[in-house]
Write a protein that binds this ligand. Sequence first.
Ligand SMILES: C[S@@+](CC[C@H](N)C(=O)[O-])C[C@H]1O[C@@H](n2cnc3c(N)ncnc32)[C@H](O)[C@@H]1O
Length: 302
Amino acid sequence: MTVAEAWNGPLGQHWAAHPDRYDAMLDGFDAALFDAAAIAAGDRVLDIGCGSGLTTRMAAQRAPAGRVTGVDISAPLVGRAGELTDAERFPQVDYRLGDAQTFAFEPGGYDLAISRGGVMFFADPVAAFTNIAGALRPGGRLAFICPQPAQPDGEERKALGLLASLLGRDHTAENAVATAMASLSDPERIHQVLGAAGFTDIGVTGVSADTCWGKDAADAVGFFVSRAPGLTVSDATRAAMTEALLPHESPRGVMLRAGVWVVTAHTGRRASRAGRDCADRAQGSCADGAQGLIRQESRDSP
Ligand SMILES: C[S@@+](CC[C@H](N)C(=O)[O-])C[C@H]1O[C@@H](n2cnc3c(N)ncnc32)[C@H](O)[C@@H]1O
């Protein structure tokens, strides 16, 4: 199954059915994302991979005199985002269904692009970020979060790995979504991709937070199991999984520590132009241009 199929299939349907769960899981990172985004009241904001739209609505609260567009490749999630958005309260919000890599954004139509974990899934990241840069005005800003590399002894990785192995599943097995999730986990790679796409002033900062998986261990296990549709789990396995999560129970719920990169960048006039030239040659033929720009970026970077 491709990444787009997964987000339009079981994975996207699960996120669309449980927006509160996923928002609770990620909300420890929201302050860092919105601090980095520094949205002003009149900003025109693009939310890439907006999912069910919480961050789109949070951006709209900060930009009451601006406008906010959420774009996402998942039909179930764009539909859910629309349902969850009160049009009277958020008249400046709209959602678009599409692949941010190729979407025909209004050139220079936005001051800022943000994303809470929606920018790791592109088939061609340089082409995608070049397209996003083209949607920003010269001197426009980019602020997103993406996962840090999963540390084998990291709390979230260890706990979820244990649950998966109790279910008899190989949690290290690769699939298109898992591979994509890690596609920007190396800061050097983030610099290369964004530099090749025409962004400048690139900053990558690590932030850790507790991710909430459920109100208690049994609830978290129920949620974890529900992510594999059609799976039958014995009472004994469920009990063992619940036991494994007991050490992580707290008054706030089952909390697992995880890390993300907070990434910021700007479009510059000259760099954006170079990025657009690169996009013109994209779709497989841009490698030389991208490499040239990567070399330029690494010369410019300390
Ligand atoms: C990890 S979820 C995060 C969703 C949302 N940002 C949030 O924080 O709740 C990743 C999102 O990226 C979207 N996505 C994946 N590939 C995309 C693409 N090429 N263009 C636009 N959205 C994409 C998925 O459909 C999904 O909604």
